[in-house]
Design a binder for this molecule. Sequence first.
Ligand code: NAP
Length: 190
Amino acid sequence: MEYKKIVAISGASSGIGKAAAVHLAERGYGVAICARRKELLDEIAGLVKGACIFPYQADMTEWEKAQSFIRHTQQKFGRIDVLFNNLGAGIRFTEFEDLTLEEIHEGIAVNLTSVLYGCKAVISIMKSQGSGHIINTTSILGKRARAGLSVYTAGKHGVDGFSTLPLQRGEEVRDKGERAGTCNGKHPLG
Ligand SMILES: NC(=O)c1ccc[n+]([C@@H]2O[C@H](COP(=O)([O-])OP(=O)(O)OC[C@H]3O[C@@H](n4cnc5c(N)ncnc54)[C@H](OP(=O)(O)O)[C@@H]3O)[C@@H](O)[C@H]2O)c1
């Protein structure tokens, strides 16, 4: 089957990721989706008749799982044109000093580490293809701060900094054909 492009979306069992997956599949893109809730991914895979949404269960905060999602997507479609690193979660809305160490760790893992893992896993593939595009979902809290969401704010600032410095300015990869950019939660694919 011929696809316009191949798009891998992390964090696609609900919300923006799910909407992007369905939107793209309906328009002729080959789409791979991942998240932790397999039953939701399987449901989404069956939503668009005659299209291909490839569901893959993975917790992107674990390096082996993140790598495995990217590797299986490449094996399924032969290439990856776009990685849409979309997962993120607010954790508990409360003052920073009330958060447990586990919540701090989880907040950074889901909002920042997962994005770094996705990028690390896909960059060698995009380099070997000579092209590729990475979109990392940030938030207005990647630019501002909000009391009660301190760790989410820290994670999204990290995504903004990571995406706009080494990647987007092209110091590491743009000359080899990859591009990176950020979007806030309301505009996933422009
Ligand atoms: N909605 C907004 O107003 C808004 C505003 C600004 C920014 N954003 C950002 O936009 C993105 C999407 O948000 P949304 O509103 O669409 O949220 P959502 O419906 O809660 O979607 C989040 C997705 O991430 C997945 N996910 C969470 N932890 C994961 C993990 N460890 N590994 C793999 N997948 C994981 C969830 O699936 P599972 O639970 O099945 O794993 C889910 O599919 C997030 O980055 C969010 O921070 C949203």
